[in-house]
Design a protein around this ligand. Structure first.
Ligand SMILES: NC(=O)c1ccc[n+]([C@@H]2O[C@H](COP(=O)([O-])OP(=O)(O)OC[C@H]3O[C@@H](n4cnc5c(N)ncnc54)[C@H](OP(=O)(O)O)[C@@H]3O)[C@@H](O)[C@H]2O)c1
Length: 365
């Protein structure tokens, strides 16, 4: 298959660097354009990130020599690519305006940003859970008066661990959920060595995160309306979330307590997790062989030991036990810049390609 040409908006940032790294040897996509703010535009990618390359592997050779473009120069970027990943750090309104401008230029946009997430005709994807929500894309195209462009988004990284764990348990009708998240510094685009306030400390506030952690799962568990013009969020279950920044490099860990209408036994829960393979039919390159991995050791999962499970795309679970107030409680962990950002958006792009929404520009013109 001829590879699709991908552009990356916000290529110099934490998520952008992950995207560049993950796309290095991708079987379906290749990096064709890199864009960021006007400050980085005009430099080679290697120069633009020279003093802030945070990945463990070196800058991929092909990307290193690409000249970074100004992301606001939409037609110049559009000419070179079939679709874009967006990972810019801008205000909400500016981000939405930029992403819609790319969509109106007939480019699919796969976004890590929150601006378009709650729009009813924008699919917010965890591909294993709501791949059917992409059916709303034709309605979004009608709203924007376009034929081939669209915006699809990834959800917030904080919910990426517990929503996958709760979804296979929906048959037991969860009634109340209480979650605390312990979120890595890379989730703020930062590293420990340049964030001294985090040393030996934690910060019990992440702006907007608790609201997103409570609301976004309901959209993911929502259903399309009758004419597939909108995703209607689920009415429940209600979630109470507290989000804490902790001195961890990578990995968002969540503790979850849940009350069910039909309280399942321990074996039933473990069985549902072990047998949750919803993407098997698609054969997507970034899909981990086992999505939900339960660890029996009582001190797991731990970010340092488990964050890279399934090349950072699996969710690690542990400590399933009865709860004296709710029914069950457990711990879950996901990699926030892999599964929670760059890897998750690449998986979404793979799904969209398989479903026929991502194509070569010449096929769509
Ligand atoms: N980090 C995570 O784990 C994570 C997870 C999920 C979602 N996200 C979301 O992903 C987005 C990026 O996060 P990040 O952590 O990668 O941020 P970051 O490290 O701060 O990177 C921000 C990127 O945006 C670019 N940018 C800034 N101003 C711009 C402008 N005016 N025009 C075009 N580009 C501009 C920057 O370019 P310059 O280098 O030129 O300034 C840089 O490439 C955010 O919306 C964030 O909420 C992050």
């Amino acid at each position: 298959m001829k590879k699709l040409k991908a552009g990356i908006l916000g290529a110099t940032g934490m998520v952008g660097q992950r995207l560049v790294t993950l796309l290095k040897d991708h079987p379906w996509f290749e990096v064709a354009a890199l864009a960021a703010s006007p400050q980085s535009a005009g430099m080679t990618y290697a120069d633009a990130v020279s003093n802030r390359w945070h990945m463990a592997s070196p800058i991929p050779e092909r990307a290193a020599g690409i000249t970074v473009q100004d992301a606001s120069k939409i037609s110049a970027v559009s000419e070179q690519v079939d679709f874009v990943f967006s990972a810019v750090s801008l205000g909400k309104a500016e981000t939405l305006a930029l992403e819609e401008a790319y969509a109106r230029a007939e480019l699919p946009v796969i976004s890590n940003n929150s601006s378009a997430r709650m729009l009813p005709d924008v699919p917010m994807l965890i591909p294993e859970i709501n791949s059917h929500h992409t059916a709303v894309i034709p309605a979004q195209r009608r709203r924007l008066h376009i034929k081939h462009g669209f915006i699809a988004v990834k959800c917030n990284c904080s919910i990426q661990s517990y929503v996958p764990a709760l979804t296979p348990l929906m048959a037991f009708e969860p009634r109340q959920i209480m979650v605390s998240t312990f979120q890595a510094v890379s989730g703020a685009g930062r590293v420990l060595k340049t964030w001294p306030e985090m040393e030996g400390n934690l910060i019990p506030f992440i702006r907007g995160e608790e609201e997103k952690s409570q609301e976004e799962p309901l959209k993911i568990w929502g259903q399309l309306n009758a004419d597939a013009s909108a995703i209607i969020p689920a009415a429940g279950p209600p979630i109470s979330a507290q989000c804490i920044r902790v001195p961890v490099s990578d990995g968002h860990l969540a503790t979850v307590s849940v009350k069910f209408a039909k309280n399942p036994g321990r074996e039933a829960i473990l069985d549902r997790w072990a047998n949750f393979h919803p993407l098997a039919e698609y054969g997507l390159p970034s899909s981990p062989p086992q999505f939900l991995i339960y660890l029996d050791q009582q001190d797991r999962p731990q970010p340092v030991l488990d964050v890279n499970a399934g090349r950072g795309m699996a969710i690690s679970l542990g400590r399933l036990r009865e709860d004296p107030v709710f029914d069950w409680r457990f711990v879950c962990l996901s990699h926030n810049t892999l599964r929670g950002a760059a890897g998750g958006s690449i998986l979404s792009a793979e799904l969209l390609l398989r479903q026929g929404y991502l194509t070569h520009q010449e096929e769509s013109s």
